[in-house]
Design a protein around this ligand. Structure first.
Ligand code: ARG
Length: 467
């Protein structure tokens, strides 16, 4: 194709080919094209409403822009680095399609407010898509939780067995992390949903534009009140990557647990063939690649957050070309979080099976009911610390004798303390140990049922009710 020049007549020479390539963002900002077209359509309509261009001109521009959308969707719009970025590429194609009137589109606008508008429109969409994915992830967690209220699993602190808990309790903990992620994204949506369109290059414009009108057409709830801030603010993008990082923290912690649980050492879950992969050399292996990849991809999202923070920290007002570097961080952050949420939802829904016999064996083969023995005495008037020390001794002698607490005879219990009675056996049975922790938010079954009801209520709130 013939190389058209991009810049004004001020420029005599042409750009060095290496700099053309270095300067271009079209290879990645093409991702914004649909939002760029939508933003330009609103801008054209605003120009007509304010009498800056005629209604007929605006209609021609809108038709041309819609035609480009169709061409793009049909795979027939493939600009190259010579158009530098998506904004120039669209404007050039528009002028090819509609003639000189196409050159009026950029009246009272700069690529600086344009690109800011595009990213906000893009991110707004993506935020709601991610929130929908979070809902699907929560649904799967809730289904497992409902099926496993009375399935017991060892609870850990320091990765040492601590007290048995309901498996539902464990899963609902992740549900609540996801709930915060969903809410957090709703808050960030609000700060993303502000229009910079009409801030111009940095200082506003001499034309009698109506920024509130174009904002309204685009569904923005507010407009930036300071044009310098409007064109150079990327707080919303940093907030998004922060929220994305926290989502990844949560997915990565769950991944880590799944990897442990699938190991022979734990054996709490088995991986179904739909989500596990084999080894090229060790035929016996079934690998948890999905959670490992999620854990691994977490680092790149943290990296994008860090990258954007560093990108912003030294920027003088207002727009600087450094800001072109925000896009790949945002796009990859979005893509990574979406991919991981989808994979984890599939993994939870179809890729794992809880090994219930193994779990019930796990909660009856250790001393994780020791607190309950101490609580038993404390409830019968023995000071807790005294009871705690006494049980510590029992654990020590039982370990030496190769016994568990449930193996002690009633005489042995009563020798330790006269307050022990026959009901000690029931008090330390795993199911009772879990059921008894009936304090608000605890693992007791009644609490779990209430937690499930609360979770269902939380799921009833739709994305748009909070944004
Ligand atoms: N491609 C540019 C970006 O992504 C668009 C804005 C360019 N503005 C400018 N003044 N050079 O940031």
């Amino acid at each position: 194709m013939t190389q058209q020049k991009t810049w004004s007549d001020r420029f005599e020479g042409s750009l060095h080919p290496a700099i053309v390539e270095f300067n271009a963002s079209i290879t990645f900002d093409i991702e914004l094209i649909e939002y760029d077209l939508t933003g330009s359509i609103a801008h054209a309509k605003m120009l007509a409403k304010t009498g800056i261009i005629s209604d007929a001109e605006a209609q021609t521009l809108v038709n041309g822009l819609e035609q480009i959308r169709q061409e793009y969707r049909d795979g027939n719009f493939t600009p190259d680095i010579h158009q530098e970025d998506v904004h120039f590429a669209v404007e050039r194609r528009l002028t090819e399609l509609v003639g000189d009137v196409g050159k009026k589109l950029h009246t009272a606008r700069s690529r600086n407010d344009q690109v800011g508008t595009d990213i906000r429109l893009y991110l707004r969409d993506q935020i709601q898509q991610i929130r929908t994915q979070i809902r699907e992830f929560q649904q799967v967690l809730l289904i497992h939780a409902q099926e496993n209220v009375e399935t017991l699993i060892p609870g850990y602190t320091h990765l040492q067995r601590a007290q048995p808990i309901s498996l539902a309790h464990h899963l609902l903990a992740y549900f609540q992390m996801a709930q915060r992620d969903w809410e957090r994204l709703g808050e960030i949506y609000q700060r993303t949903n502000v229009s910079p369109l009409g801030c111009g290059a940095l200082a506003g414009t001499t034309f009698p534009i109506d920024r509130h009108y174009s904002a309204e057409l685009l569904g923005f709830a507010e407009v930036y009140g300071n044009s310098l801030d409007g064109v150079s603010d990327r707080d919303f993008a940093i907030e998004f990557l922060n929220a994305a990082s926290l989502i990844m923290v949560h997915l990565s912690r769950l991944s880590e647990e799944m990897i442990l649980w699938a190991s022979q050492e734990f054996g709490f879950i088995s991986l179904t063939d739909s989500c596990a992969t084999g080894s090229s050399i060790m035929p016996q292996k079934k690998n948890p690649d999905v959670p490992e990849l999620v854990r691994g991809k977490t680092g790149r999202v943290f990296g994008h957050l860090q990258g954007l923070l560093v990108l912003m920290k030294g920027l003088p007002l207002a727009y600087n070309k450094d800001l072109q570097e925000d896009k790949e961080a945002i796009f990859d952050g979005v893509k990574t979080v979406k991919g991981c949420l989808e994979a984890m939802t599939v993994l939870l829904g179809q890729g794992i099976k809880f090994r219930k016999e193994r779990l019930s064996q796990a909660v009856s083969e250790d001393f994780s009911n020791a607190t309950d023995v101490a609580d038993y005495l404390a409830a019968r008037g023995v000071p807790f610390r005294e009871a705690y020390n006494l049980v510590g001794k029992v654990v020590k002698t039982s370990l030496a004798a190769g016994k568990l607490l449930k193996d002690l005879t009633l005489e042995e219990w009563q020798e330790l303390h006269p307050k022990f009675e026959a009901d000690i056996y029931e008090a330390i049975a795993p199911k009772q140990v879990v059921a008894a922790r009936n304090s608000y938010g605890g693992t007791g079954f009644e609490q779990i049922h209430q937690g499930i009801e609360r979770a269902k209520k939380q799921l009833e709130v739709a994305n748009d009710e909070t944004t």
